[in-house]
Ligand binder design. Structure first.
Ligand code: SF4
Length: 363
């Protein structure tokens, strides 16, 4: 599977405005919009450009900030629907996410919405989201959306503050009846630059846990930890559990699965920033991904599909032209390391991912 002609997902940061103020926010979102956000007409041109990738078009993810802070969101979604561009919406959980809004998103054809749960309880979640009551409201919104027939995925930003809660969070996700759990591993950009990162051993523990979770009836996706595929490959081939104390503590919290363990829901190959993913910022700037702020052009002047297909950096990412351990690694094809983390640490988006245990070793 290659993503050289079109991405799977196009993310559009519709606004930086958001009623929350999360500690790790990539967008450094604030309460109100910042100057330069794309107008409704410019947003429609973004949708045109997504359509122009060809049939079927990539899924367009309306993200932010909080896309519900844009008054023209219904118009934009209706336009995407009319053009046959599939879309998903990533709203912030606030009082703006009413039952009526959820029903509207369903009726307008959103393929899914994502709701964040960053802790197994209110103490952790609300301290990360920095608005009291958000945890209980998030649970309520997941249940209501599910009852309304909206396809919900739960997103979790994994960091030191919630690493040990992952087993309880898996139970929570399963108990909510949610089928997709997307784990976002911290990249130190935006407000996240002040949040402590996991150690490589902790990343390895978390990936082993994610592999376990993927065999328990939940579709697990890992963002910015592509070395999950190295872990999954080794685990499925030889059952060589990673036996550090951190992982063993997490694995003790794992329950069984009704009917026994299933094959892992992790796909054989995922996406990287610029390889299956492209990002349009609030002002139209094109980046390889939302966590990799290297400007490649602007949708006001450049054609998104042409940039995706021909940009030299993206072609090097897709060709796995990396330096250091990621460049020598036998798992590079299925992994490739987080390009965003390589950039955040070294300033080189083609460098090695320092979170991987193999980084620094001659893999
Ligand atoms: S060294 Fe790089 S390519 Fe290899 S498994 Fe680690 S992150 Fe992936």
């Amino acid at each position: 599977m290659t993503f050289s002609e079109k991405p799977v997902l196009v993310f559009w940061e519709t606004t930086k405005a958001c009623p929350l103020s999360c500690v790790h926010c990539r967008a450094s979102a604030i309460l109100g919009p910042v100057p330069g956000e794309l107008t409704t007409e410019e947003g429609m041109r973004v949708i045109d450009q997504v359509k122009s990738f060809g049939t079927p078009p990539p899924v367009l993810v309306f993200t932010g900030g909080d896309p519900l802070m844009r008054a023209d969101l219904p118009r934009l979604l209706a336009y995407a629907k009319r053009l046959g561009v599939p879309f998903a919406v990533s709203p912030a959980v606030s009082r703006n996410l009413t039952d009526g809004v959820l029903a509207d998103l369903r009726d307008m054809g959103a393929s899914s919405i994502s709701i964040s749960l960053d802790g197994a309880g209110a103490e952790t979640h609300d301290s990360i989201r920095r608005v009291a009551g958000t945890f209980e409201l998030s649970l309520d919104r997941v249940r209501t959306a599910t009852d309304l027939g909206v396809n919900v995925q739960v997103n979790t930003a994994v960091m030191k503050a919630n690493l040990r809660e992952l087993p309880a969070m898996l139970d929570l996700v399963r108990g909510l009846g949610v089928e997709i759990w997307e784990l976002f591993f911290l990249i130190q950009v935006g407000r996240g630059s002040g949040v402590a990162d996991l150690t490589p051993a902790e990343y390895e523990s978390a990936c082993n846990f994610a592999y376990d979770a993927s065999r328990r009836g939940v579709v697990v996706r890992c963002v910015e930890a592509p070395f999950i595929r190295r872990v999954a490959s080794r685990r499925s081939a030889a059952g060589d559990y990673w036996r550090d104390e951190g992982y063993l503590a997490m694995s003790r919290g794992l329950g069984g699965a009704a009917g026994g363990l299933a094959p892992s829901t992790l796909g054989p190959r995922g996406t990287l920033d610029g390889d299956g993913i492209i990002f349009v910022g609030h002002d139209g700037t094109i980046n390889p991904g939302g966590l990799l702020p290297v400007p490649l052009g602007n949708v006001k002047d450049d054609d998104l599909a042409a940039v995706y297909r021909t940009d030299p950096l993206l072609n090097k990412i897709r060709g796995r032209e990396f330096s250091g351990p990621c460049g020598r690694c036998s798992y590079s094809g299925v992994c490739g390391g987080s390009r965003a983390r390589a950039y955040a640490y070294s300033g080189d988006p083609l460098g090695s991912d320092p979170a991987c245990l193999l980084s620094g070793a001659s893999a």
